[in-house]
Design a protein around this ligand. Structure first.
Ligand code: IPM
Ligand code: MN
Length: 359
């Protein structure tokens, strides 16, 4: 029987509640699909930082790096200045563990009332491949004449051929594995003439190796418009770090909100991290009103990458079914509590023959 060692990082805010529901579903999936999970708990986040001044130590990285996968809640604390935990935990983890792909699936499940009244569920089923190691997130730049009226702040976007190419290859492989086999490069070639010149050239070159994958290009501003007006044109989108950050929040909105938006920070040759992308949801901690489906969906993505494909399919379809049964996916509007949502998913995973009947 396969056994997986999972680094569990509940984190701050609503993180612990939603990770708890994800683990509930994983336990059931393990039982039904015959694998074992073993959790190694790590305390990362605001409470520990305030207590010890530590964010992510060498020992933490060691523990994360030796797991089979990382299940992550959220970090962020009202008493910690913005940026500290994000930079020192999230961004550092991505960098140190070389999680160079940020993968975010976007799906409007049947029955979910999204904000777009003329978009049908079959029109929203795409994946965003976000470059996760450089671009504007490289932290390069400078101030000149800081504090003076002549101050200039420069923030540089770093685009190495190596990182661009590995990201684009990942996206082509993914697109080639999906029924539609379509990949859209999302950039800004008309203005950002260095970065997107490189991206376009690499995209062209790599596309020659994937003749079975159809390609297209969209400027990022137009991609935002189409995501709202005509999302059916997208299958897989590949883009840089900053654009990917922005368009995946928009994409989360069109699938019903952050309550169901899952993501994975992937090192295809190492340890990947799975998370709900919505953050700590300040004000909802401890209320039982937060939607755990994003975290449960992240656990499903984790199973897929661990190779438990049948279990991953079961979790994904249960998430979709439960999503469609709720009046809204937004925190406080689900009609049932966080744990009840988790119970519904767990019972569908436990008894898949129940799927398709109303919850
Ligand atoms: C995300 C988040 C992070 C990012 C923040 C918290 C640093 O917004 O994962 O999308 O910008 O990447
Ligand atoms: Mn973001």
């Amino acid at each position: 029987m396969s056994s997986y060692s999972i680094a569990r990082v509940p984190g701050d805010g609503t993180g612990p509640e939603v990770v708890g529901e994800a683990v509930k579903v994983l336990d059931v999936a393990a039982e039904v699909h015959d694998f074992e999970t073993e959790y190694n708990d790590l305390e990362l986040g605001g409470e520990r930082y305030l207590r010890t001044n530590e964010t992510l130590t060498g020992a933490d990285l060691q523990a994360l790096g030796s797991a089979d996968a990382i299940l992550f809640g959220a970090v962020g604390h009202p008493q910690v200045p913005p940026g500290v935990l994000e930079q020192d935990i999230l961004l550092r983890m991505r960098r140190e563990l070389d999680q160079f792909i940020n993968l975010r699936p976007v799906k409007l499940h049947p029955g979910v009332k999204g904000p777009l009244r003329y978009v049908r569920p079959e029109d929203v089923d795409f994946m965003v491949v976000r470059e996760n190691s450089e671009g504007l997130y490289a932290g390069q730049g400078e101030f000149t004449a800081k504090g003076s009226p002549f101050e200039v702040a420069v923030q540089q976007s770093v685009n190495s051929r190596f990182a661009v190419e590995r990201c684009i290859r990942y996206a082509f492989d993914l697109a080639g594995s999906r029924p539609r086999r379509h990949l859209t490069l999302c950039g800004k070639t008309n203005v950002l003439t260095y970065a997107w010149d490189l991206w376009s050239r690499v995209f062209q070159e790599v596309s020659a190796e994937y003749p079975h994958v159809e390609t297209s290009y969209a400027h990022v501003d137009a991609a935002c418009l189409w995501m709202v007006e005509d999302p059916g044109r997208f299958d897989v989108i590949v883009t840089d770090n900053m654009f990917g950050d922005i368009i995946t929040d928009l994409a989360a909105a069109i699938q019903g909100g952050l309550g169901i938006a899952s993501g994975a920070n992937i090192n295809p040759n190492g340890v990947s991290m799975f998370e709900p992308i919505g953050g700590t949801a300040p004000g909802f901690e401890g209320t039982g009103l937060i939607n755990p489906l994003a975290a449960i969906g992240a656990a499903g993505m984790m199973l897929r990458i661990l190779g438990e494909v049948v279990a991953a399919d079961a979790v994904e379809s249960a998430v979709g079914e439960v999503a469609g049964s709720l009046p809204s996916l937004r925190a406080g509007e689900m009609g049932i509590s966080t744990t009840e949502v988790g119970d519904r998913v767990a019972s569908l995973v436990a008894e898949p023959e129940k799927a398709g009947t109303p919850a």
